[in-house]
Design a protein around this ligand. Structure first.
Ligand SMILES: [Zn+2]
Length: 172
């Protein structure tokens, strides 16, 4: 249930992100670069949280409690722990094959590898979307923040609803 809220959180973020960059910025005191980095942290953090909450649910369903009382997360299942059912095993494999870029973007925020937007020079003086910050990854790819937010939302939605569907279908 909390995983679904983390997905809603990303829909909310995408809405207010759009509002800010299409004129809302005029009524706040915050610089667009600050908003870009904050929203990137929010998007990547919420997407990771949504996936970790599903992993915790899988752990609670199938695995013996951890000695230290901690919940399972995606990292737990990388260290040799395998859920016993095909639905959950497939879910973990699918998420792990896809979330590499999410980890890379989170790491890049720590290491400050961003290409800051240059604000100004758009046709519509209220709409500053074309000038947003890009997150640079070690492989050279440039990831505009709006795209990062939308990708985080899509990733979280797809995998949280995928897990719920597996529960409904009885394969989890
Ligand atoms: Zn299962």
């Amino acid at each position: 249930m909390f995983a679904a809220w983390a997905v809603d959180d990303l829909y909310y973020l995408a809405d207010i992100d759009l509002t800010y960059f299409t004129g809302g910025w005029r009524t706040t005191g915050f610089h667009p670069n600050v908003i870009d980095l904050t929203h990137t942290r929010w998007a990547t953090g919420s997407a990771m949280t949504a996936l970790d909450l599903v992993a915790a649910a899988i752990g609670a369903l199938h695995m013996s409690p951890k000695a230290n009382g901690e919940a399972y997360d995606l990292g737990s299942f990388g260290k040799g722990d395998k859920p016993p059912c095909p639905g959950c095993t497939a879910w973990i494999a699918s998420v792990r094959s896809e979330f590499g870029w999410l980890t890379e973007i989170r790491n890049s925020l720590v290491h400050q590898t961003v290409n800051r937007g240059l604000f100004g020079g758009t046709d519509d003086p209220d709409d500053i979307r074309p000038n947003r910050t890009e997150i640079l990854l070690p492989n050279g790819s440039k990831n505009p923040v709006r795209k990062v937010i939308e990708n985080c939302r899509a990733l979280a939605y797809r995998h949280v609803s995928g897990f719920f569907q597996a529960v409904i279908d009885g394969t989890a």
